[in-house]
Design a protein around this ligand. Structure first.
Ligand code: PMT
Length: 419
C-alpha cells in the first residue's frame, strides 16, 4: 500500500460525479487522505453527505467559509495538499483553469497551490473535440497539468465516443503511486535521440562582416529543454546565440550553414527525430574575401549562392529520422508551410508568422502545425510552454509513425494508467 498522500479531490458538475464516492473509497483503500472540494454544480449530481461519509472529512465548497483557518480556506487547503485531483473535470472547469479565473473555492485553491494538478475530464464527446476545449487542454498540458483520459465508450447522454471519465480504480492507481505525478504520465521520449538545429547562421563576407538574421535561438533551445524533459537524449546543433546550454544536452556550436550541414550529418546516425528550428541562411557569399573589403567604390555587389538545405538533405536519407521543419513566413502562412512540407518531404512542419517583433527574438510565439493527415493550431504563448506542447505532439506523431496502431495516444494512456 502506498504511503499516505493528502489528496484534494475536486468535483465539478458533470454526470460522472456520481462515480466520485467510489473514487474516494478507492483512493482511501490505497492509503490516501481525501479532502473533497465540490463546486456548486457538482452538488446537483452527488450529495456532500455521501462524500463526507466515505471520505471521513467534512466536504468543502464555500470560498467564504468563516470556520476555515482565518477565513482563508483556499490557502489552508492549498498548503495541505500533496496533490490536487479534479474528477470529473468539465469543459467549464478546464476553461476556468486555463484562463486563471477563480470564482469558487476549487479554482481558487488551484491557483494558490504548489501541489501537482491532475484532471480527469468527462463530457460529451462532441464537447471534448470542440476546438475551444482542445485549446484549453493544450494550455493546461503545456503548464504541466496532468490529464487522465478521457476514455472512449458509451456516454451517459446515450452517445458513444471519447469523453467518459477514466474509471475510479484506474484514476486511484495513477495518482497514488510512490512518485505520484511521475507515474501518471511516463516521459514519452525515453530512449529516443532527438537532434535540433538552433539559432541563426552567419555567412562570412570577409574576416569581419557577415550576413545573418534575427533568430535568437529561444524557440529551439526551449524545444531542446522540452525534449530532454520528455526523456530524450538531445543533440543541439547551434548557430551563434546568447543562451546557456540546457542541462544534460549535447551542444555543438557552428557558425555557417555549411558548418551546420556538416555537424548535422556527422551525428545523424541513430537519430530518431530531427527538428530543424534554426533560421539557416538561404544564401552565402560565393567567395569570402581574405582581407577586409575596402570602401573604395560608391556601389558594390556581392555574388551570393544557395546554401545546402540541411532539412531537405536529412529528409532524403534512407531510413532517416522523423523530420520536423519550421516555416518562417511573413505572408500566406498555411499555403507556403504546406508546400514546404510536401517539397521537402517532411513528416511535420511548424509554421510561424514572422515579422518585426514576431516569431524572431521574442519570448512568445503562435504556430500552426501541419502533417499529412492533420493539423493543429497553438495560441500565442511563451516559447517555453509552446515547446512542451510541440514536443508532445511531435512525440505522438512519431510514435504513431514508428509503430502504427500500437503506440497511439489512447493506447499509451491506457497502458500508463493500468500499469
Ligand atoms: O530563434 P528565435 O528568435 O526563437 O525564433 C524562432 C524562429 C522564428 C527562428 C523559428 O521558430 C523558425 O521558424 N525557424 C525556421 C526559420 C526558417 O529558416 O524558416 P524557412 O522557412 O526559411 O526554412 C524552412 C525549414 O528549412 C526550417 O526548418 C529551416 O531550419 C530549414 N532550412 C532552411 C534552409 C537551409 N539551408 N537549411 C535548412 O535546414
Amino acid at each position: 500500500m502506498a504511503e499516505s498522500k493528502k489528496i484534494i479531490l475536486g468535483i465539478a458538475g458533470g454526470i460522472a460525479a456520481y462515480k466520485t464516492p467510489e473514487l474516494v473509497r478507492r483512493l482511501r483503500e490505497r492509503g490516501a487522505e481525501v479532502q473533497v472540494v465540490m463546486t456548486r454544480s457538482a452538488e446537483e449530481f452527488v450529495t456532500g453527505t455521501t462524500l463526507q461519509a466515505v471520505s471521513g472529512l467534512p466536504v468543502r465548497s464555500n470560498l467564504w467559509d468563516k470556520d476555515a483557518e482565518a477565513a482563508m480556506g483556499h490557502i489552508e487547503l492549498a498548503r495541505w495538499a500533496d496533490l490536487v485531483l479534479i474528477a470529473p473535470a468539465t469543459a467549464e472547469i478546464m476553461s476556468r483553469l486555463a484562463s486563471g479565473a477563480a470564482p469558487d473555492l476549487l479554482t481558487t485553491l488551484c491557483l494558490a497551490t504548489h501541489a501537482p494538478l491532475v484532471i480527469a475530464p468527462a463530457m460529451n464527446h462532441v464537447m471534448w473535440s470542440n476546438p475551444a476545449v482542445q485549446a484549453n487542454r493544450q494550455v493546461l498540458e503545456a503548464r504541466g497539468v496532468r490529464i487522465l483520459g478521457p476514455d472512449r465508450g458509451d456516454q451517459a447522454c446515450g452517445e458513444t465516443g471519447e469523453g467518459r471519465m477514466v474509471e475510479p480504480d484506474a484514476i486511484a492507481a495513477a495518482v497514488t503511486g510512490p512518485t505520484i505525478v511521475a507515474d501518471v504520465e511516463r516521459p514519452p521520449l525515453i530512449g529516443r535521440k532527438v537532434m535540433i538545429t538552433a539559432g541563426p547562421t552567419r555567412e562570412a563576407i570577409d574576416p569581419v562582416r557577415y550576413i545573418s538574421n534575427r533568430s535568437s535561438g529561444k524557440m529551439a533551445y526551449a524545444m531542446a529543454r522540452a525534449a530532454a524533459a520528455a526523456g530524450a537524449e538531445v543533440v543541439l546543433i547551434s548557430g551563434p546565440v546568447e543562451l546557456t546550454t540546457p542541462d544534460g544536452i549535447q551542444r555543438v556550436d557552428v557558425e555557417s550553414a555549411r558548418e551546420m550541414f556538416a555537424a548535422t550529418h556527422e551525428r545523424i546516425d541513430n537519430i530518431d527525430i530531427f527538428i530543424a528550428a534554426a533560421a539557416v541562411a538561404d544564401y552565402c557569399a560565393e567567395s569570402v574575401q581574405e582581407n577586409k573589403i575596402k570602401k573604395t567604390e560608391a556601389r558594390m555587389s556581392i555574388e551570393l549562392v544557395r546554401t545546402p538545405d540541411i532539412l531537405a538533405s536529412v529528409a532524403e536519407l534512407e531510413n532517416g529520422p522523423f523530420t520536423v521543419g519550421f516555416a518562417a513566413e511573413t505572408e500566406n502562412l498555411r499555403e507556403y508551410a504546406i508546400s514546404k512540407l510536401e517539397k521537402k518531404n517532411l513528416d511535420m512542419i511548424v509554421a510561424n508568422q514572422v515579422g518585426r517583433n514576431r516569431g524572431f527574438d521574442s519570448d512568445d510565439n503562435k504556430v500552426d502545425v501541419f502533417w499529412t493527415a492533420g493539423e493543429q493550431s497553438f495560441p500565442m504563448m511563451p516559447k517555453t510552454e509552446l515547446a512542451v506542447a510541440l514536443i508532445k505532439l511531435i512525440g505522438e506523431r512519431y510514435l504513431e509513425r514508428s509503430a502504427p496502431g500500437t503506440r497511439g495516444e489512447l493506447a499509451d494512456r491506457a497502458r500508463i494508467i493500468h500499469e
